[in-house]
Design a protein. Structure first.
Length: 482
């Protein structure tokens, strides 16, 4: 039986107390959102490049992570970035190179853009300006797209797109409901085994799936529900009862990141300035309330100065786009770099990051129901941006799970690779399959097939991760800004 993740709130509260004592920080914030799951890493430092109408921003970091341009894609239908609306603060056609300070060779220019002030052209990285940054236009992108990047492979299973469509239809029929969602048109994602409550994490997963499936009514219904449950800081309260009462105050950073990313993708999918404005507001609120001064991600907006982070909340591919949307280079500067440093320090031999850590890289917990999402989030940055730090992580965790075999992956591991629980479900197998996209084709294909056959646990959480990872493995979880 799959453990109910949110029943671990007591354990998480104990963890918070432990961290508070160890780091001489204040008491735990009310309504800890740990139960909503984790986030992935931030976008690569520097090298986001702009085509016509885009913006190129470099973070002034090391030359090794210099100009990562737009990846090249094959298959499916692509809409190039030329002619897109300029990003906020952008210079229109040709783009503009910016650096957040720092020396070294970061801050490569986009095609037609100037070299970032304070840096020199990156060595060893191509400018990659073939697509640029495209915001609020470029769609529609009908399902399926089935796009393969130059960095990553796709699952080769027969009828992959049909399997994803089936997974989405079943997930939507089981977990998406207007009951208890408030006004007509609102929709929520229901955790059927948790008193039919809703968590912001589920809204994020639903919005991601809906935008990639080109299902605007479902997307709008979920976003309307989310907007009706924002806290005073502009982020979504992490847990709502079956009737919409707030029972988990404060936000969960992973959910807010997913919602913001989905809004940016929706702005391109349906050429909407309104979605883009909503995304910009949420990204700004995230930076204000859910990022520490040194760039470390906080678990949510109610954690204050506590020295706690969830490594799997780090979603670096998102952060590159967040920088373009807001014109704030911190997303591709200290935020990106700080969380990649944390990831590197808690990765261990096999890539099995812990559920929780802190600014001094303490290992707290096992590779369990938060940490399991890490390969999916880091995999995006390698597949979309060819980020070397992402590749290094995926090489470790991919080799570990490839050696086990997708169908044999359990649902908890110690940092040294000892299995702690052997339930089989797509919360673990799906993200492992995304790691397989970076050079482990059998792991990739077998994980996809496991999901397509609907094996393993049928509860909300593994079924949600099944859906988003099958989208990724089939080439349908994309960065529409490229």
């Amino acid at each position: 039986m799959l453990p109910i993740r949110e029943s671990r709130a007591v354990a998480v509260a104990a963890m918070v107390m432990m961290f508070a004592l160890a780091t001489a920080c204040g008491p735990a914030a009310s309504g800890p959102p740990a139960a909503t799951g984790g986030a992935g890493p931030a976008g690569a430092a520097g090298g986001a490049v702009a085509g016509s109408g885009g913006v190129a921003s470099g973070s002034g970091g090391s030359g090794a992570h210099g100009a990562h341009g737009a990846d090249t894609w094959s298959g499916g239908t692509t809409t190039p970035g030329t002619g897109g609306a300029p990003a906020t603060g952008g210079d229109g056609a040709g783009g503009r190179g910016t650096a957040s300070g720092g020396a070294g060779s970061d801050g490569g220019a986009g095609s037609g853009g100037a070299t970032a002030t304070g840096g020199v052209n990156a060595t060893g990285g191509g400018a990659g300006s073939s697509a640029g940054v495209n915001l609020g236009t470029g769609g529609p992108f009908p399902f399926p797209q089935n796009k393969k990047s130059s960095s990553c492979s796709l699952a080769t299973a027969a009828n992959a797109a049909a399997s994803v469509r089936t997974a989405y239809d079943e997930w939507k029929a089981t977990f998406v409901s207007p009951t208890g969602a408030g006004v007509a048109g609102n929709l929520r994602v229901v955790r059927t085994t948790d008193n039919n409550d809703t968590v912001s994490e589920g809204i994020g997963y639903g919005m991601l799936a809906a935008v990639y499936m080109a299902d605007r009514p479902t997307f709008d219904g979920l976003w309307s529900y989310a907007k009706s449950h924002l806290d005073t800081k502009g982020l979504m309260n992490w847990q709502l009862s079956a009737t919409g009462t707030v029972i988990g105050q404060g936000s969960a950073t992973d959910a807010d990141e997913d919602i913001a990313w989905a809004l940016v993708m929706a702005s391109n999918q349906w050429s909407s300035a309104a979605y883009l404005a909503d995304a910009r507001a949420m990204i700004t609120a995230l930076l204000t309330s859910s990022v520490a001064d040194d760039g470390m991600l906080k678990p949510g907006d109610s954690w204050g100065p506590m020295n706690v982070t969830f490594p799997d909340y780090f979603s670096p591919a998102y952060f590159r786009v967040f920088a373009a949307v807001t014109g704030n280079a911190r997303w591709t500067g200290d935020i990106l770099d700080r969380n990649y440093i944390i990831l590197a320090n808690v990765t261990g031999t096999h890539g099995l990051v812990p559920d929780r850590s802190n600014g001094t890289y303490q290992i707290s917990g096992s590779y369990a129901y938060d940490a399991c999402r890490t390969p999916w989030r880091i995999g995006m940055d390698y597949c979309f941006n060819a980020e070397p730090r992402a590749q290094a992580y995926l090489a470790k965790v991919g080799a570990f799970f490839d050696g086990i075999g997708a169908a044999n992956i359990g649902d908890s591991y110690s940092p040294t690779g000892m299995p702690l629980s052997m339930n089989k479900n797509m919360a673990f197998i799906g993200p492992a399959g995304v790691a397989g996209m970076a050079g482990f084709p059998m792991l990739l294909n077998d994980a996809f097939v496991f999901g397509a056959q609907n094996l393993g646990d049928k509860q909300y959480y593994p079924q949600s991760l099944k859906l988003v990872t099958m989208l990724m493995m089939s080439g349908n979880f994309l960065d529409y800004t490229r």
